[in-house]
Design a protein around this ligand. Structure first.
Ligand SMILES: CCCCCCCCCCCCCCCC(=O)SCCNC(=O)CCNC(=O)[C@H](O)C(C)(C)COP(=O)(O)OP(=O)(O)OC[C@H]1O[C@@H](n2cnc3c(N)ncnc32)[C@H](O)[C@@H]1OP(=O)(O)O
Length: 158
């Protein structure tokens, strides 16, 4: 079994899910520019509690929209542990409903809506602890084989 297959799982309900790799911008613990997302499984959901910090600011005090999209994209990447196959983002849509505030705790959750062949239709939301939804998202991921990741330079391949 390859390291990638081991990481893919299966992972039981409630389990903390492993980072995609140590340098991943979304979840890698060794990326100093990263978001260091920590994600667990809740049934069919993948869930993170997240605080954007000063590295992610757009307008003063408000998270940059690209940073929010980055975190959502990476969160979707954790659904692949539930699906059991690698996949990559083909389309990412974000609705910014309210400012996502720096230094404020948010709950992020994502799920697979449906699958059609290689296409995974997924959705997510970002919710403040008072229950207000700050952002919603949909995306299309397409499953790929392990060779997809060998296109990168050897030093950065996973
Ligand atoms: C498991 C855990 C692993 C963990 C261990 C780490 C490994 C996993 C790391 C992941 C880490 C995550 C991190 C965050 C997620 C990224 O950031 S992923 C990085 C960003 N994304 C990319 O780089 C992807 C770049 N794009 C590509 O490589 C290629 O376009 C793709 C996505 C592989 C697809 O290419 P292709 O295989 O040639 O497929 P193509 O025929 O174009 O389309 C496939 C199907 O999708 C359909 N389609 C295309 N676009 C659309 C659309 N917008 N809407 C609906 N359908 C569409 C097509 O019509 C087609 O449908 P069918 O004809 O099959 O019915």
């Amino acid at each position: 079994m390859t390291a990638l297959q081991q990481r893919i799982g299966p992972h039981p309900d409630g389990a903390h899910l492993p980072a995609h790799h140590e340098q991943c911008l979304g979840c890698g613990v060794d990326n100093p520019h990263g978001h260091h997302l920590s994600v667990h499984r809740e049934g069919d959901l993948v869930v993170a509690t997240h605080v954007f910090d000063d590295r992610h600011v757009g307008a003063p005090g408000i998270a940059h929209g690209g940073a929010v999209a980055t975190v959502l994209d990476d969160l979707y990447g954790f659904l692949l542990y539930l699906v059991g196959e690698p996949a990559v983002t083909r389309q990412l849509v974000v609705e910014y409903l309210a400012p996502v505030l720096i230094g404020t705790t948010y709950r992020l959750e994502a799920r697979v809506d449906r699958r059609e062949g290689r296409k995974l239709f997924v959705n997510a939301k970002v919710t403040a602890l008072d229950g207000r939804t700050a952002a919603t998202s949909t995306a299309v991921f397409v499953t790929v084989d392990a060779e997809h990741f060998t296109q990168a330079r050897p030093s950065s391949a996973i």
